[in-house]
Design a protein. Structure first.
Length: 342
C-alpha cells in the first residue's frame, strides 16, 4: 500500500456535497481504487525481482513523482526547519523502509489479496486499540466491541492460513500473512507519529521527505541484489506496473486524497479507507486468479465489520457524537499521517 492516510488536520465539512468532477467523494473513491489495485500490481513486480528491489523501484519512483508534485503544488510561503525535516525523514524509516520490507516480503510469499485485507483493516484496529489503552481517546462499548470483533476476525483469518500450512499447502502463505501483520504494526506506529510530524510541515512535503528517506534506505538494502537482476530480460509489462505504482498510488492518489480531505474532513475520508480491501480483493481475483479459503473469507468479513465499528463507533462521520477529551487533539483514524502504505 501506495497507500495513504489523512492530513491530521481540519474538521469535517458540512453536509453539502460538491457535485461533478470535483465531488470529493469521487476523488476519494479514485484514491481507494489506486491504493487497492496497488496490491496486485506490486505482486506482479515482486514475482520478477527480489522484494528489496521491488520496494526500491516502487518508492524510488514514487519519491521522484512526489518531488515533481511538490514542485508543482507544494506551498512555498513557509520555511521548514531542519527539525521538522528530520522528523519527517525519521517517520520515513518506519513508514516507508520498515513497512515496505515487510510488505514486499509478504507479497513474495502470500497472495496480494491477503495483504489488501490485513494491512488496511488491521492498521486502524491497532491504532485505535493503542489510543484507547493509553487513554488518548475515550472508550465506548461500541468501540471496544468493534476491537474485540476485529481481533477475533484476525484470529479466524490466520487460523485459515494456518490450516493450509498444517496441510503442507500454505506454509509460505502463513509466513507472508505474518509479514503483512508486521506491516500493519509499522503503519499503525507511523500513523501515531503523524501529529508530531505534521505539526510544522504541510502533508505533501512531509510525505515527500519521508518517502525520500525511506527510498535511500531501501536503496542501501537492495544494493547487493541489484546486480543479480537481469534488467534486459524484464518485460515491458513489468515496467508499466512499476510506472503505475510510482505515479498512481504514490503521487496521484496522495494529491487526490489531500483534496478530498480538505473538502469532507479527515474523519469521513478515513472511513473510506475500508474500500481498499474491496478493490484489492477484486483486482487480485480478476487479474491474478487469487482466492480465499472459506475460513479466511469468514475471518476477513468479521475483521472488516469489527474495524468499521471500532473506527466509526457505529456513527457516520460528521454526525453528532460524544466529544473527545477537552484540550486534546484527536490522534485516531481522523488524524492519520499521509503516506504510501497501500
Amino acid at each position: 500500500m501506495s497507500t495513504g492516510t489523512g492530513t491530521g488536520t481540519g474538521t469535517d465539512a458540512g453536509p453539502g456535497i460538491v457535485r461533478g468532477k470535483d465531488n470529493p467523494y469521487l476523488l476519494l473513491t479514485a484514491t481507494m481504487v489506486l491504493w487497492g489495485s496497488a496490491f496486485s500490481s506490486s505482486k506482479v513486480v515482486v514475482e520478477q525481482v527480489p522484494h528489496g528491489v521491488a520496494a526500491l523501484l516502487r518508492f524510488g519512483g514514487g519519491a521522484l513523482a512526489l518531488l515533481v508534485a511538490l514542485r508543482l503544488f507544494g506551498k512555498r510561503d513557509r520555511t521548514v526547519s531542519v527539525r521538522d525535516r528530520g522528523r519527517a525523514a525519521l517517520a520515513g524509516v518506519l513508514g516507508v523502509f520498515a513497512y515496505n520490507l515487510c510488505f514486499f516480503g509478504g507479497l513474495a510469499l502470500a497472495p496480494s489479496m491477503d495483504g489488501s485485507v490485513i494491512i488496511p483493516v488491521m492498521s486502524p484496529v491497532l491504532t485505535t486499540g493503542f489510543l484507547l489503552v493509553t487513554r488518548r481517546e475515550q472508550a465506548s462499548l461500541t468501540r471496544i466491541a468493534g476491537l474485540c470483533l476485529g481481533v477475533a476476525g484476525a484470529v479466524v483469518f490466520f487460523l485459515g492460513a494456518g490450516a493450509e500450512a498444517a496441510s503442507g499447502a500454505g506454509s509460505a502463505r502463513l509466513a507472508g500473512d505474518l509479514l503483512f501483520l508486521l506491516s500493519a504494526v509499522c503503519w499503525a506506529a507511523y500513523t501515531l507519529a503523524g501529529p508530531r510530524v505534521l505539526a510544522g510541515i504541510e502533508p505533501l512535503r512531509a510525505t515527500t521527505y519521508a518517502t525520500l528517506a525511506g527510498a535511500v534506505l531501501l536503496a542501501g538494502y537492495a544494493a547487493p541484489e541489484l546486480g543479480e537482476v537481469r534488467w534486459g530480460e524484464l518485460p515491458t509489462g513489468f515496467w508499466l506496473h512499476v510506472l503505475f505504482l510510482a505515479v498512481g498510488p504514490a503521487a496521484v492518489a496522495n494529491l487526490l486524497y489531500y483534496r478530498g480531505v480538505g473538502a469532507v474532513g479527515p474523519a469521513s475520508a478515513s472511513v473510506m479507507m475500508f474500500m481498499v480491501p474491496v478493490f484489492g480483493t477484486f483486482c487480485a481475483t480478476v487479474f491474478l486468479g487469487e482466492s480465499f479459503g472459506a475460513v479466511q473469507t469468514v475471518g476477513a468479513l468479521i475483521l472488516l465489520v469489527g474495524a468499521v465499528l471500532a473506527v466509526t463507533q457505529g456513527r457516520l462521520p460528521g454526525r453528532p457524537g460524544r466529544p473527545g477529551r477537552p484540550g486534546r487533539a484527536s490522534h485516531g483514524p481522523a488524524g492519520r499521517v499521509p503516506g504510501q502504505g497501500r
